[in-house]
Design a protein around this ligand. Structure first.
Ligand code: PTJ
Length: 246
């Protein structure tokens, strides 16, 4: 891992970059994942590399939906697997739910590696190997899912999603929760809940909310959440920050 002094003002950001880089070398992250990460960093800069209030509210709504789910599945790609493997294991323990590796740049070899990597970090029942094309209207490799996992899930958490799959999963009647630093993406606009935050901060935040939420509170929180209003508030916060920086 990179030799970065803890006192460096961008320590967390540089260590996160190093994780993605190591992930590419280990055959866990797609090379395209480096580009996706850089794009995410640019949006994170606009947020001040911190969780803003609308993201906090969205993470609470995400926890509520996951708590109420009959069959929740955490969908994991290469970037997410290397950025938050321990945090995903903690969220899975809290929810007692399934996890499935789902890749855009899919090879069976990378799926197998990612399943082993996640299990090494404490994740269990990690599905995804041998997934079949099952998601209607989606021709990419992301259209593959397992019957017992994403295909039959009622609630899916998908960090770093692409817009087409988000819409295709919504069309199947699922509640889709995304974590995407870009609040203008098609993914963010089509999700049931979009958390505009770095996956490194968002996943532990969802877990904290889920740990302390009763079923009654979850029903109230899920019903009160308005995804469009939340995205407008997110853009307002970014606009205010830009005016303050200019
Ligand atoms: O592992 P694979 O094969 O499934 O491929 C994964 C990537 C991420 C390469 C693939 O899904 C992809 O190309 O994604 P996109 O279309 O570039 O979208 C990535 C989105 O995630 C962008 O909107 C980024 O702003 C956002 N993003 C990047 N890093 C983070 C992030 N959002 C939250 N946390 C991050 N750390």
């Amino acid at each position: 891992m990179a030799d970065v002094p803890r006192s460096h003002p961008r320590y967390e950001s540089l260590m996160t970059r190093a994780k993605v880089e190591e992930g590419v070398k280990a055959g866990l992250v797609a090379t395209q994942g480096l580009i996706a990460h850089g794009r995410g960093e640019a949006f994170d800069y606009l947020l001040g590399e911190a969780t803003i209030a609308p993201a906090e509210e969205a993470a609470r709504a995400a926890a509520a939906h996951l708590r109420l789910a009959r069959n929740a599945v955490l969908s994991v790609n290469g970037n997410t697997a290397v950025l938050v493997p321990d945090e995903l294991a903690a969220l899975q323990r809290t929810l007692g739910c399934k996890m499935e590796v789902n890749l855009f740049h899919r090879t069976e070899e990378r799926v197998t590696r990612l399943v082993a990597h996640l299990e090494k970090h404490g994740c269990t029942n990690v599905l995804g190997a041998g997934a079949e094309p099952t998601i209607p209207g989606l021709d990419s490799e992301r259209g593959r899912s397992t019957r017992e996992g994403i295909f039959s899930a009622d609630v899916v958490l998908v960090p770093l999603e692409d817009g087409d799959r988000c819409q295709a999963l919504r069309n199947m009647g699922k509640t889709v929760i995304v974590v995407d630093l870009n609040p203008l993406s098609r993914t963010a606009k089509s999700a049931s809940v979009s958390i505009t935050d770095n996956v490194r901060r968002a996943v532990p935040l969802i877990t904290r909310h889920a740990e302390s939420m009763s079923a009654d509170e979850a029903r109230r929180v899920a019903a009160a959440f308005d995804p469009q209003r939340n995205l407008r508030e997110t853009l307002d916060v970014i606009a205010q920050r830009l005016r303050a920086l200019a």
